[in-house]
Design a protein around this ligand. Structure first.
Ligand code: ADP
Length: 174
């Protein structure tokens, strides 16, 4: 689908309206893409995260919250909490789909045109990459079929395996 693109690189350096972070429930800066985003955004982002955590408590798995982007030159960051892989019997697939779907809903409701996702849950949270890529692609394809926003979705891949998986799946999404 032409509204989806797959690229390799660092999500903090993309020219999009909103980037998605693979956040933890406490919205505390962690490792992986979370660490890279907090590093690039600067301390303002951690302060916003702490304020939202104080106000709302933990962000449940599968849910997402939106906030400003600090020093990253995008309009907003969506913090989505993906599931920790526990073997597949704990509704990980449903929760991962929710994380993508809720991020897309938030972007659409704010009128954002271009959104970039990392491969949520496939790093420290241990979700098998092929299964996670399939869920990411099918959730985004389904959403775009029924919504005009966001207009463009970028899958930002940090390793070659993830890039190849998404490229292959993209060919089957129309
Ligand atoms: P999780 O805890 O949800 O598994 P991670 O950050 O550990 O999140 O990993 C999610 C994905 O993000 C992995 O594929 C990892 O390689 C990738 N990643 C790490 N740093 C970046 C970055 N700067 N830009 C885009 N993707 C990244």
């Amino acid at each position: 689908m032409s509204r989806i693109s797959v690229i390799s690189g660092d999500i903090t350096s993309l020219d999009v309206d909103v980037i998605v972070n693979a956040a933890n429930a406490q919205l505390q800066g962690g490792g992986g893409v979370d660490g890279a985003i907090h590093h690039a955004a600067g301390p303002e982002l951690l302060e916003q995260c702490a304020a939202i955590y104080r106000q709302n408590g933990a962000c449940p798995t599968g849910q997402a919250v939106i906030m400003g982007a600090g020093d990253i030159p995008v309009k907003a960051i969506i913090h989505a909490v993906g599931p920790v892989w526990q073997g597949g019997d704990c509704d990980e697939a449903g929760l991962l789909a929710d994380a993508y779907h809720n991020s897309l809903q938030l972007a659409a409701s704010h009128g954002y045109q271009r959104i970039a996702f990392p491969a949520i849950s496939t790093g420290i949270y241990g979700y098998p990459k092929p299964a996670a890529a399939q869920i990411a692609m099918s959730t985004v394809c389904d959403f775009l079929r029924n919504h005009s926003l966001p207009h463009q979705v970028v899958f930002c891949c940090y390793d070659q395996e993830t890039h190849d998986l998404y490229q292959h799946l993209l060919m089957n999404c129309d």
